[in-house]
Design a protein around this ligand. Structure first.
Ligand code: ADP
Length: 594
């Protein structure tokens, strides 16, 4: 319940819409309530005419006028209810937008660690479900239930005026309902949570499988994936059955109590009319009023259902929303800005850095090296040795456990994130493109770049020629993650993107390791252009990639093994020398998996 109140607080910008919906509900209630009064009056007029106390002509005039008033009230109800419905639609849609944008905003601010354990599709499924449940409830409430509740409250007051036992009986229904609901709400919520968990996991897997459909197809895993999916969804059947059985049992109980109470209400109205306490008109009025109160009370069952779903949805929503932000990006980073280095300071320095992803699994030990301005250093070592982790730390995606990283002489922790990341150009192994056009991808780091700048970056990245051969040229759509391009083409677009970003420090994280020799040569040309006059940190699998570097660092199990020029390391007989020997003997081209 408190999570629903939080949703209202969260969306307080919508207060004018909430007020409009409430105002329409009050007006609808008023025009709805006018009808039984008018019909009650008409009944008394008819009874008067039949009894002879009112003249026939006058009675006809009165009842016709009353009938016209009923028509006017009904028309007003229709119009106001629809205006309220319109406000309700606008409100629930705005609510969905606000909740979705804030959720997205939250996700963009969560620390990298959070994403290490979450599954993308599950995050999306949870977002969609929880927001849909909250907004559906808001819509349900605004479309009719709010006005029904107000009508019921008014009926209570009016019936108290005529006969307080009626009001008391009507009033008694509410605590009984609340009590019956509270009795089972906890269990219901738990079952709902379990069911949603299964559905979200299945949806997460679904998205992953569709995203990697080539792997699924090549391993002929369609059947297995389908079975897994249907098993997860199937497992929710039992939960739904239990929930539904429970809900319908409760509904029988609730409605029986309701009908018992209404038996009492109608008995009082009829007996009192016979005893002369009410006129015929009053009897008709009261019977109609009670009918009006009965339908919202009956509808309470599904409103309770919808509200419980909304509570479950909003609880899920706030579970993510209350995860602490990455302290580095607590405010959305602005546009990338350049960092002014301290005069004479090295471009980059790792000072005795230790790091662990998981509490007791040290991944980096005492990493200590510097990169002078314009220097090129290659990081070489076995797979899992910690090379990418060094890049992650440099980008501020994780903080060192101990030690310090300096960029341009400044402590990296104190550099605003847009300056830190804005000053580093990265080309990852898997290109990491987005669906959309080639132009959008090249300009991803500089959305305002001109046509000319994009083209120039592509020319320098050795990509312009192949882009020109596409029918759409720079507007060619490249599919999800750029899957319509070859690996070499993707990588050259990623290089063009880094060229356009024009950052003083460059990181190549195994940028060519997934390519064949020909594609590597094509990309290497672009990389050479990119590295010119930049401080570069190159993680490489192949010796060919690191030809011409100034120094090499070899890593083993998260420790620095050796640092030196290629010539020094070749002579030292260490890892690099062994690799050279291996390559020269033609056994391998791979540095990493020696
Ligand atoms: P390299 O780039 O040299 O192949 P990495 O830096 O990727 O090595 O990985 C170093 C170690 O850290 C490996 O043992 C790997 O399993 C672990 N590791 C990498 N990323 C994560 C992560 N996000 N969470 C936990 N452990 C990780």
């Amino acid at each position: 319940m408190s999570s629903l109140l939080r949703i209202i607080r969260f969306t307080r910008d919508l207060s004018p819409l909430y007020l409009a919906v409430i105002a329409c509900s009050v007006l609808t209630a008023a025009t709805t309530l006018a009808v039984p009064f008018l019909i009650g009056r008409a009944t008394d007029t008819v009874a008067g005419a039949v009894g002879g106390s009112i003249g026939a002509d006058a009675a006809v005039r009165t009842v016709l006028l009353l009938a016209l008033a009923v028509l006017a009230a009904e028309l007003a109800t229709t119009v106001i209810a629809n205006v309220g419905g319109w406000f309700g639609d606008v409100m629930s849609n705005r609510m969905r937008t606000i909740l979705s944008v804030r959720y997205y905003d939250k996700l963009l601010h969560l620390p990298q660690r959070w994403f290490d354990t979450e599954i993308t599709g599950t995050i999306v499924a949870r977002l969609n479900r929880s927001i849909a449940e909250v907004t559906n409830f808001a819509k349900t409430m605004s479309n009719s239930f709010a006005s029904m509740l107000i009508t019921t409250a008014a009926v209570l007051v009016i019936s108290a005026w005529y006969a307080w036992p009626l009001a008391l009986l009507l009033l008694a229904i509410f605590p009984i309902y609340v009590w019956l609901t509270a009795l089972t709400s906890k269990k219901w919520q738990r079952l709902e949570g379990e069911k949603n968990e299964q559905v979200d996991i299945a949806s997460g897997r679904f998205a992953e499988v569709i995203g990697q459909i080539r792997v699924v197809k090549s391993f002929v895993r369609e059947r297995g994936e389908l079975e897994d999916f249907s098993r997860r969804f199937g497992s929710t059947d039992a939960t739904t059955r239990a929930q539904s059985t429970h809900w319908h049992r409760m509904d029988v109980l609730r409605r029986s109590v309701l009908n018992l109470v209404f038996f009492g209400i109608y008995a009082i109205i009829f007996v009192r009319t016979v005893q002369g306490h009410f006129t015929l008109g009053e009897m008709v009025l009261l019977v109609q009023l009670m009918g009006m109160a009965k339908s919202p009370v009956e509808s309470m069952s599904w409103v309770i259902d919808s509200s419980q779903r909304a509570i479950a949805g909003s609880t899920d929503y706030f579970r993510v929303m209350s995860t602490p932000d990455d302290p580095r990006t607590a405010a959305l980073p602005g546009a990338a800005r350049t960092l002014t280095p301290v005069a004479g300071a090295p471009a980059l320095a790792f000072e005795h850095v230790d790091f662990a992803y998981e509490a007791d699994e040290q991944v980096l030990h005492d990493i200590d090296f510097t990169l002078a301005q314009g220097e090129r250093i290659a990081l070489v070592g076995e797979s899992g040795g910690g090379k990418s982790t060094i890049v992650n730390l440099l980008l501020g995606l994780y903080e060192p456990g101990s030690g310090r990283i300096r960029v341009g002489g400044h402590d990296a922790r104190e550099i605003p994130i847009e300056q830190l990341r804005g000053g580093i150009g990265v080309v990852f192994q898997d290109a990491s493109l987005f669906s959309g056009t080639i132009r959008e991808n090249i300009a991803y780091g500089r959305p305002g770049a001109s046509e000319e700048e994009v083209r120039e970056a592509a020319v320098r990245a050795n990509a312009d020629a192949f882009i020109g051969r596409f029918p759409g040229g720079y507007d060619q759509l490249i599919g999800e993650r750029g899957l319509k391009l070859s690996g070499g083409q993707r990588q050259r677009i990623a290089v063009a993107r880094a060229i356009l970003k024009d950052a003083p420090i460059l990181v190549l994280d195994e940028a060519t390791s997934a390519l064949d020799t020909k594609a590597e040569r094509q990309v290497q040309k672009g990389l050479d252009e990119l590295m010119a006059e930049r401080t570069s940190l190159i993680i490489a699998h192949r010796l060919s990639t690191i030809a011409g570097v100034d120094r090499i660092i070899t890593l083993r199990d998260g420790h620095i093994d050796e640092i030196g020029t290629p010539a020094e390391l070749a002579a030292s007989g260490g890892i690099y020398a062994q690799l050279l020997a291996l390559q020269n003997s033609g056994k391998t081209k791979q540095l990493a998996r020696f």
